[in-house]
Design a protein around this ligand. Structure first.
Ligand code: 3HC
Ligand code: NAI
Length: 692
């Protein structure tokens, strides 16, 4: 065996050369890996004894793509293009031996090899789109030549991973090797192609599938139309489509030029920078600087939930989906029956939509036990309280739990705003108390705010993070403060939205600006969807706020067919003349001189105070790092991924510009815009939010 460099070896096994890459964690195509491929393959070609070459990886995966950390830095070492040329135009067949995930540049390397062998558990994909990119090493030109443009469109715009068996059916893989015996299988395959004198199969020369689609622009137009909603705001899906179009309409080398040009545009743009930031932020968020990695984990085998309402039911589903037995406790039989029936209905609907087989419904329901007696939670390892948002009730529940539930268990609350330190005073084991703040609908939304209280133990924190991962959530560890991280920031935007409609904008103006910015909906459409009467009481309502007046008129949102908007029978929203008049009357009563408000002002007034609040949260240590705030807002509130979250967006705009605007607004409109001390500091020191 010869070492080609620190990450590559070359071994001659009879007439087969095996080039092995070993660059943990994922064999990404860093400069040494590119060099290893180029020189390893070259040495094998130069060796007269060698008739064919196997390219294989050590560790958990085949090459998982370009090294994302290199983007935006000066190029070093041989380019990926050099490595691919060495393979494709070499005189000896190269077989890619795939295990784990051949992704992005990794799959592009494999596609440039003359043959591909994979173990059944392997997966292939071109996930560049998720990083705001497109496959920039020939992937968009080679993939459709094997799988056809329709499947290629699907793969490059979804970035999804395709299992080896399906790859075999699509022709993306030539043969499956026995699981655990990839090297033997690939070497045997290489010997076979030598023995059979098979030609050097170059994907670039396969033209039938692309030619068959030539002159059929409707393939692309239909695809764009069908996915318009999903792709809204993102540049990368459209650029990927254009590359597949180029593959269909142009000769290979011309197509490659289109791919290169569009790749360069994306890789230097803000959307990809934002999406790469999110990729790393999603991995950072699990890292807890002050909770040691060897903190003991509490074994969680059985889960208890208190309250089978909107949240309790959704929370229960997360655990049932993952195979945890769950006991759910209510105060009244009807509430319990209703809660359990809702869970069943949700599962049945999913099964009807084909998400899983009908038997799965019974399997999951079989793990669920309903009860009216909290004593049934005695042997739970984790109990999550989701009763009414009322401190007295919550303290009463925790006081009872303290007496019932076994020692060592985690006692969690799903409160959205109450002080968890105070809830913890109701028990004699405050170290066991933590906030697990799920977002509605709890079985769908990916975010979980794990809220550490003053006395929460490291074991309880570490276990909660691990449980979150098990049930498929992305968890951010945050501290106790009003609204925690997500809702605290939301409050800023909601306040400004309300002020803006008094000062001159209409709800649909505010909503349009925020929707165009990339949010799933604006604040008023959101209120209508949630129901304006949450927390509103008919008895106490005195028409003091716009919301009171709307609710008094029974305009309580989508469910009553009217709220800030009028709704037709299909729940399509239309601006409401009634609401317009109501706003004008209300403003007149309050002596407000309405003025024209620009779209820029709407955006800046809604978003900059959110960024400023994020800075306060960091300054108070209520979030570990600025990218965790981005994770919260992307996964809990639909902040557009291609803007990287509010804090990354703040860096895109520039902290100095955010500060200047906050000061300008403060001078005109008061201390709602008072800059955070940390914002001032970041600007004074020429730093970025991302540095915190
Ligand atoms: N470049 C640099 N680092 C990478 C990386 C990459 N392509 N892929 C993963 N890593 C790092 C992660 O940041 C993480 O680092 P950390 O331990 O310091 O946090 C470590 O590798 C392990 O990653 P995961 O925690 O994600 O490990 P998993 O086992 O859960 O997942 C994976 C493995 C499926 C390979 C997943 O990491 C992944 O999806 N990676 C990205 C794949 C990708 O997007 N490839 C395309 C890159 S762009 C490209 O190739 C352009 C080309 O067309 C020119
Ligand atoms: P909900 O009103 O739908 O459900 C609460 C349920 O708790 C009711 O079914 C009630 O009968 C039951 N309950 C009340 N006291 C009980 C007791 N002592 N023992 C057992 N069950 C009892 O309320 P929802 O929306 O599910 O909210 C629950 C908690 O989750 C609240 O703290 C809320 O702030 C929080 N939350 C709510 C979100 C939402 O969007 N609805 C989002 C995130 C958190």
């Amino acid at each position: 065996m010869t070492a080609i460099n620190d990450v590559t070896t070359l071994e001659i096994d009879g007439e087969i050369a095996v080039v092995t890459l070993n660059s943990p964690p994922v064999n990404a195509l860093s400069a040494p890996v590119r060099e290893g491929i180029t020189n390893g393959v070259k040495d094998a070609i130069d060796n007269d004894a060698v008739k064919a070459i196997v390219l294989i990886c050590e560790g958990k995966t085949f090459i998982a793509g370009a090294d994302i950390t290199e983007f935006g830095k000066a190029p070093k070492g041989p380019s990926l293009f050099d490595a691919l040329q060495m393979i494709e135009f070499g005189t000896k067949p190269v077989v890619a031996a795939i295990h784990g995930t051949a992704l992005g540049g990794g799959l592009e390397v494999a596609l440039t090899c003359h043959y591909r062998v994979a173990v059944p558990s392997a997966k292939c994909g071109l996930p560049e789109v998720k990083l705001g990119l497109l496959p920039g090493a020939g992937g968009t030109q080679r993939l459709p030549r094997i799988v056809g443009p329709e499947k290629a469109l699907e793969m490059v715009t979804s970035g999804s991973h395709v299992g080896a068996k399906q790859c075999l059916e699509m022709g993306l893989v030539d043969e499956l090797a026995e699981e655990g015996k990839l090297r033997e299988g690939a070497v045997a395959f290489a010997r076979k192609i030598v023995a059979e004198k098979r030609p050097l199969k170059k994907v670039r020369d396969l033209n039938d599938k692309v030619e068959a689609a030539r002159g059929k622009p409707e393939i692309f137009e239909n695809f764009r139309k069908a996915n318009a909603r999903k792709f809204r705001g993102f540049l990368a899906p459209e650029y990927n489509i254009q590359c597949i179009e180029a593959a269909v309409n142009l000769p290979f080398d011309e197509g490659i030029k289109v791919e290169q040009k569009l790749f360069r545009e994306l890789v230097t743009g803000t959307q990809s920078a934002a999406q790469r930031h999110v990729f790393f932020a999603e991995r950072q968020v699990w890292k807890l600087p002050d909770v040691p990695a060897d903190t003991p984990i509490i074994p969680v085998k059985k889960v208890g939930i208190i309250g089978a309402g909107t949240m309790g039911g959704g929370i229960a589903m997360n655990f049932l989906n993952t195979g945890f037995p769950v006991t759910i406790v209510e105060t009244k039989q009807e509430a319990l029956d209703r809660g359990i029936a809702t869970i069943r209905k949700n599962y049945e609907n999913s099964a009807k939509k084909g998400r899983f087989p009908m038997e799965e419904v019974e399997k999951r329901m079989g793990l669920l036990t309903g009860s009216l007696d909290m004593n049934d939670l005695a042997d739970c390892d984790l109990v999550i309280e989701a009763v009414f948002e009322n401190m007295d009730i919550k303290k009463d529940v925790f006081g009872k739990l303290d007496k019932i539930v076994k020692q060592g268990a985690i006692l969690a609350t799903n409160t959205s705003a109450l002080n968890i330190d105070e809830i913890a005073t109701a028990v004699k084991r405050p170290e066991a108390v933590i906030g697990l703040h799920f977002f509605s609908p709890a079985n769908v939304m990916r975010l979980l705010e794990v809220v550490r209280a003053d006395k929460t133990s490291n074991e309880v924190i570490a276990t909660s993070m691990q449980i979150a991962k098990k049930i498929g959530k992305i968890a951010a560890l945050v501290g106790v403060c009003p609204g925690f991280v997500g809702n605290r920031i939301l409050a800023q935007r909601q306040r400004e939205a309300q002020k803006l409609i008094m000062e001159g904008a209409m709800p649909w103006d505010v909503d349009r600006v925020l929707y165009d910015f990339g949010l799933p909906m604006g604040p008023f459409a959101m209120s209508d969807l949630a129901g304006l009467d949450i927390g509103w009481s008919k008895e106490k309502s005195k028409g003091e706020t716009l919301r009171d007046r709307l609710c008094e008129m029974d305009r309580r949102g989508q469910k009553t067919g009217a709220g800030y908007y009028d709704y037709d029978e299909n729940r399509n929203a239309k601006p409401s003349p009634v609401v317009e008049k109501m706003i004008l009357d209300y403003a007149a009563e309050k002596g407000i001189n309405r003025r024209t408000i620009s779209d820029d002002e709407i955006l800046e007034r809604c978003i900059y105070p959110m960024i400023n609040e994020g800075a306060k949260i960091l300054e108070e240590g209520k979030a570990i790092r600025s990218s965790d705030i981005d994770i919260v807002w992307i996964n809990g509130y639909g902040f557009p991924v291609y803007r990287g979250g509010p804090m990354f967006y703040g860096d895109t705009v520039g902290a100095d510009k955010v500060l200047a605007k906050m000061k300008e607004f403060q001078a005109k409109m008061g201390d709602d815009f008072k800059p955070a001390a940390l914002l001032e500091k970041i600007v004074a020191e020429g730093k970025r939010f991302g540095d915190y």
